[in-house]
Design a protein around this ligand. Structure first.
Ligand SMILES: Cc1ncc(C[n+]2csc(CCOP(=O)(O)OP(=O)(O)O)c2C)c(N)n1
Ligand SMILES: [Mg+2]
Length: 338
């Protein structure tokens, strides 16, 4: 992963308002504390099935959401809780879905990987690696057809980036100049396989060149850099220039999913990145150095976030399991005209 350049830090600090820094801090912390709580509930047997935590990658989605406008769309893989929280979905509804309760976004029938929100333009949550990529282009096709100026953020991993359907999608997206931002969340691993073991060409974003698609690499541990790159990509799409690729260099601190033998990397590797590159710590430092807030004020924010997460967990535990009747709902779409 590229090391953080001190010049980027200086620029970010001078250009970013107190409000925005605090907003980033709050949003990233919400994801981290929510995910920690989800990990605990999983350990207590309250969450069944798959559960992939986003801890470490928070700056990616928070930075890109800061570049989005109301009505823009997003779609991602199974590592999706952070994306839901960042686009404004209710932590209570997300946690209740994780625990399979009726108060969840899919009424307890979807779980971690299968949640959607039409109101927040969040199109899932997809368990099949890479499957969301052509769907993301399809969403962008609809927006282009409707000429509504909207952009779709299509997130996928470094592992997914080796799939054929990604390149078929690149070709069509560029051919039709679709307003889609392909966001490769390069967290260095696909389950237990390091990028360098699966991929000879190290720069995944450069593969877009074969299709004429512009792109760039971004430091995904610096939320300000992510936002700046996101704004550039959004402007490109909204100007009708077609798709854009952002390869965001990030790192996941936890296992691939809840069971992970962790034999493919050392504890020291994870520890080093946590200590030296953590995105939340970075923003915390910017806030304190710029005297935008005191330690005590940040502690107050920590408390508020904890309370939101505890309330979500409480809601999830108290929400009933879905009734048996729910087995027969959400199977077929209702026909509009009877
Ligand atoms: C088509 C398909 N193949 C294999 C799997 C099993 N699988 C689940 S996640 C994963 C790794 C994907 O890694 P990456 O795209 O880097 O995303 P990350 O988990 O790092 O977010 C694999 C192989 C799957 N779900 N779907
Ligand atoms: Mg990965």
């Amino acid at each position: 992963m590229a090391t953080r350049k001190s010049t980027a830090k200086t620029t970010s600090q001078s250009n970013t308002s107190r409000e925005e820094l605090l907003k980033f801090y709050r949003e990233m912390l919400l994801i981290r504390r929510f995910e920690e709580k989800a990990g605990q509930l999983y350990g207590m047997g309250l969450i069944g099935g798959f559960c992939h935590l986003y801890i470490g990658q928070e700056a990616v989605v928070v930075g890109l959401e800061a570049a989005a406008e109301e009505g823009d769309k997003r779609i991602t893989s199974y590592r999706d809780h952070g994306h839901m929280l960042a686009c404004g979905m209710d932590p209570k509804g997300v946690m209740a879905e994780l625990t399979g309760r009726a108060g969840g976004y899919s009424r307890g029938k979807g779980g971690s990987m299968h949640m959607f929100s039409k109101e927040r333009h969040f199109y899932g949550g997809h368990g099949i690696v890479g499957a969301q990529v052509p769907i993301g282009a399809g969403l962008a096709f609809a927006d282009k057809y409707l000429d509504n100026g909207r952009v779709t953020f299509t997130y996928f991993g470094d592992g997914a980036a080796n799939q054929g359907q990604v390149y078929e999608t690149y070709n069509m997206a560029q051919l039709w100049e679709l307003p889609v931002i392909f966001v490769i969340e390069n967290n260095q691993y696909a389950m237990g396989t390091a990028v360098k073991r699966s991929t000879r060409s190290p720069n995944l974003w450069e593969r877009g060149a074969a299709y004429g698609i512009a792109g760039e690499e971004v430091d995904g541990m610096d939320v300000l850099a992510v936002k700046a790159a996101g704004e550039k990509a959004v402007a490109h799409c909204r100007a009708g220039k077609g798709p854009y690729i952002l390869e965001v260099m990030t790192y996941r601190y936890r296992g691939h999913s809840m069971s992970d033998p962790a034999k493919y990397r050392s504890r020291e590797e994870v520890q080093k990145i946590r200590e030296e590159r953590d995105a939340i710590e970075h923003v915390r430092e910017l806030i304190l150095q710029g005297t935008h807030a005191t330690e005590d004020e940040l502690k107050e924010i920590d408390k508020e976030i904890k309370a939101i997460v505890n309330a979500a967990a409480e809601f999830a535990r108290e929400s009933p399991e879905p009734s048996v009747d729910e087995l027969f709902t959400d199977i077929y779409a209702e026909a509009a005209n009877g």
